[in-house]
Design a protein around this ligand. Structure first.
Ligand code: UDP
Ligand code: MG
Length: 137
């Protein structure tokens, strides 16, 4: 069993896609092990995306991620990391397969509805960023 961190980003919350994202994960046989809504500060977003701090999109991305509330969740299941990534689709909705969350709902490469940890290493940084052990079931 593997755990991964997923986020319905501010654009996904604004577009009323919280249920849609959760439904697609559950349809893959994945289980929601933790869930909450919160609004990140700029520092929260900068810390979460610290691996991207040298990238040209870091400022804009961390601004976008603080525009409104997000829904953070721990998703559990066999190969949860890759299953969530496949369900999300590629970063840029223009490059991604139809039927993925991003192909169906993302507006552009930045405003792409959903986040998912990209590796076990990322998941082990990202899950405790939002959840303590007593919040994960
Ligand atoms: N992003 C962006 N411009 C880019 C690449 C990424 O605005 O050229 C944003 C986008 O919201 C993306 C996030 O930064 O989801 C993190 O980028 P990453 O490469 O980790 O993509 P992901 O893992 O989310 O597919
Ligand atoms: Mg990533």
């Amino acid at each position: 069993m593997e755990k991964t961190l997923s986020i319905v980003k501010p654009d996904g919350v604004k577009k009323n896609l919280i249920g849609e994202v959760i439904k697609r994960f559950e349809q893959q046989g994945l289980r929601i092990a933790a869930l909450k809504m919160l609004k990140m500060s700029k520092d929260d977003a900068k810390g979460f995306y610290i691996i991207h701090k040298e990238r040209p999109f870091y400022e804009s991305l961390t601004g976008f991620m603080t525009e409104g509330p997000i829904v953070v969740m721990v998703v559990e299941g066999e190969n949860a990391i890759s299953k969530v990534r496949e369900t999300m689709g590629a970063t840029n909705p223009k490059d991604t397969a139809p039927g993925t969350i991003r192909a169906d709902f993302a507006s552009d490469i930045e405003h792409n509805i959903v986040h998912g940890s990209d590796s076990k290493e990322s998941a082990s940084y990202e899950i405790p960023y939002f959840f303590s052990s007593i919040e994960i079931h």
